[in-house]
Ligand binder design. Structure first.
Ligand code: ZN
Length: 363
């Protein structure tokens, strides 16, 4: 594995050092609809950003790829709205809650040791149990520079018939979930969410709830992502999708309220769920695929544009052996990400930080 990474790194570096013409990436519907790249202006740094001053291109004038890991905290156990999903664990069980807290903190420590910060996406009952039990996990992570955001499973907060509900009903319940995050973390501004993917009006509801950044679109029934949504350049979708029609979603609306961050240059429509399938070939093979996709994203990245790549983990996922917990994540950061950060090609950035950089590039 290491040898392949080294080889690919050398290829990428050689291509850049020789100023070879960059690889032409077929224009996606998104890109063709996007306005010409605006002049690059300095990007404001959020106080929560621990990373250095973000730059759209590095000193050599080459493209920069913003990178992070997102954490989805699932609605395990009865939610604040009284719905129960049939998962294995239950955050109302103190041992289970604590185990997941320790897993999140362990991964956060690994990421921090590599200079990174994550976007932790929470919902009830994790948030409500944290409040009731006095757990400071979300406040601690926020204080250490991680972004605290919303992961919204619509059926866990709105019931089975969520698609039939109004924008106002969605907005009200999203606000409830955001209020719990605020109370549990002390973070006053929650901007990013994932979830609600099959509700065509999800962007109106999210805007009403004060949210402005979205990503991680996958069909919750099929566990697949339409390849029209992959790529490295964010855009402002003209509307949502029902899971079949992506016309509005892939269309850039300069006045759109929501910035959508694609996950990167992935080439399989099940990239968001393949880690759980047998054909992924296990954790190592999955991280090999992530490395390939990261290198493909670097090739697709353009100087002067905001380019992004990220992937998602869940608490406890990829734990591996007790002797070396989360070694597959540690190895990926050491062998793949660190050299690219050192060379200036990759820069750690929370998801809202990426959106901020994109908004600045529009001005
Ligand atoms: Zn989820």
């Amino acid at each position: 594995m290491k040898r392949i990474f080294t080889f690919l790194s050398i290829l990428v570096l050689a291509a850049l050092a020789c100023s070879l013409p960059s690889v032409v990436v077929p224009a996606s519907p998104t890109e063709s609809a996007a306005p010409p790249a605006a002049a690059v202006k300095p990007v404001e740094t959020q106080p929560t950003e621990a990373a250095a001053q973000p730059e759209v291109q590095n000193e050599a004038g080459a493209a920069v790829l913003y990178f992070t890991i997102g954490v989805h905290i699932e609605p395990m156990g009865e939610t604040a709205q009284g719905y129960k999903s049939g998962g294995k664990g239950d955050y109302h069980n103190p041992q289970f809650f604590q185990r997941q807290v320790e897993d999140i903190l362990k991964v956060a420590q690994i990421v921090e040791a590599h200079g990174g910060r994550m976007t932790i996406q929470a919902q009830s009952p994790f948030t409500s149990v944290a409040i009731q039990s006095g757990s400071t996990i979300l406040a601690d992570l926020a204080a250490r520079g991680h972004e605290i955001a919303l992961h919204f499973h619509e059926d866990a907060h709105l019931g089975k018939n969520s698609s039939a509900l109004s924008v106002q009903q969605w907005c009200d319940v999203m606000k409830q979930e955001i209020a719990l995050i605020t109370q549990a973390s002390g973070v006053t501004e929650v901007r990013y969410w994932s979830g609600g993917n099959l509700y065509p009006n999800v962007y109106e509801a999210a805007e009403c709830a004060g949210l402005s950044v979205n990503s991680d679109w996958k069909n919750p029934q099929m566990q697949t992502t339409d390849l029209a949504l992959v790529g490295v350049n964010p855009w402002r979708p003209a509307g949502g999708t029902d899971g079949t029609d992506f016309t509005l979603f892939t269309q850039h609306d300069p006045n759109g309220a929501i910035i959508f961050l694609p996950e990167g240059q992935y080439d399989k429509n099940n990239f968001a769920s393949m880690r759980r399938s047998q054909d992924a070939g296990g954790d190592e093979a999955y991280f090999d695929y992530l490395a390939q996709s990261l290198y493909a994203s670097l090739e697709a990245a353009q100087p002067g544009k905001v380019n992004v790549f990220h992937f998602t983990i869940h608490p406890g996922e990829f734990r591996g052996s007790p002797q070396a917990p989360f070694a597959v994540i540690e190895n990926f950061l050491t062998e793949v990400v660190d050299p690219l950060v050192a060379s200036g090609q990759v820069q750690w950035m929370t998801l809202s930080g990426m959106a901020e950089a994109y908004a600045a590039s529009e001005r």
